[in-house]
Design a protein around this ligand. Structure first.
Ligand code: SAM
Length: 247
């Protein structure tokens, strides 16, 4: 099938590239990449010579329109991000949505992803989980975001930059309480490491300089949502209140 191929790339260890991913990148007419210089390193390693174009957050409208035109013209296009699965806290979902809307086949290859790797390694519940990605950077917005997942029973998955980790762990403790968590650091790389314990213990660990890439997996809520909160969150009741207030 020709169409739009979504191709995951390694999150550290180049051996995690799949045979199929290499072949699809080689065979495609064009590869759209989040950062062409980054992808060039991967191409050099796997001897891929396909033409690269950039597709990122800041050019996605113009670049996306061009890619869609090429897809309509029958070209095979592959999309990669800097690391892991495109579309997961990475560019890609807009293009995928547009391709689907325009009846262009979208073929996703399975592959490396930091969130799922960390979740499985965490030892926390995997039956049910909520992927959050990056929390907002601003304090107030971060707290509000955490409030929305406070009663989630499944494990919570967050991405965080090393220089914000300590602040983020503080917010976790304030809003979610001192739950169990796992910090998954530098997955698949030389200094891969798991820090398992309570949020407080993780905060103590983060006292020293924090480096590397992190996924934070937090135990789900063991508390039930209080009845009053339940009502506030109920859309029917929200509509009723809205009508009562005559707003
Ligand atoms: N699309 C990627 C994926 O599928 O995992 C995620 C891209 S997102 C922009 C980058 C974030 O993913 C990092 O800030 C970090 O939280 C997490 N991450 C990526 N690679 C990682 C690794 N090797 N170890 C730990 N976390 C990683």
């Amino acid at each position: 099938t020709t169409g739009l191929y979504i191709v995951p790339t390694p999150i550290g260890n180049l051996e995690d590239m799949t045979y199929r991913a290499v072949r699809i990148l080689q065979e495609s007419d064009l590869v759209a990449a989040e950062d062409t210089r980054q992808t060039m390193k991967l191409f050099n390693h796997f001897k891929i010579e396909t033409k690269l174009v950039s597709y990122h957050e800041h050019n996605k409208q113009v670049s996306g329109a061009r890619l869609l035109a090429d897809l309509h013209a029958g070209k095979q296009i592959a999309l990669v991000s800097d690391a892991g699965m495109p579309g997961i806290s990475d560019p890609g979902s807009d293009l995928i949505r547009e391709a689907i809307a325009e009846d262009i086949p979208v073929i996703v290859l399975p592959g490396a992803n930091a969130a799922l790797t960390a979740l499985v390694a965490s030892g926390l519940a995997t039956e049910r989980f909520l992927y959050y990605g990056f929390l907002p950077r601003k304090k107030k917005e971060r707290r509000e975001a955490l409030e929305t997942v406070r009663y989630e029973k499944g494990s919570l998955i967050f991405y965080e930059a090393p220089h914000r980790l300590k602040e983020m762990l503080g917010a976790l403790r304030d809003v979610l309480g001192d739950r169990q968590l796992t910090l998954a650091r530098e997955l698949t790389k030389r200094y891969e490491e798991y820090i398992r314990g309570s949020v407080t213990e993780a905060l103590e660990w983060a006292e020293e300089e924090v480096r590397g890439e992190f996924v934070v997996i937090v135990e789900g809520s063991t508390e039930e949502r209080p009845a009053e909160e339940e009502q506030k969150a109920d859309p029917l009741q929200q509509i009723e209140r809205y009508i009562e207030q005559g707003e």
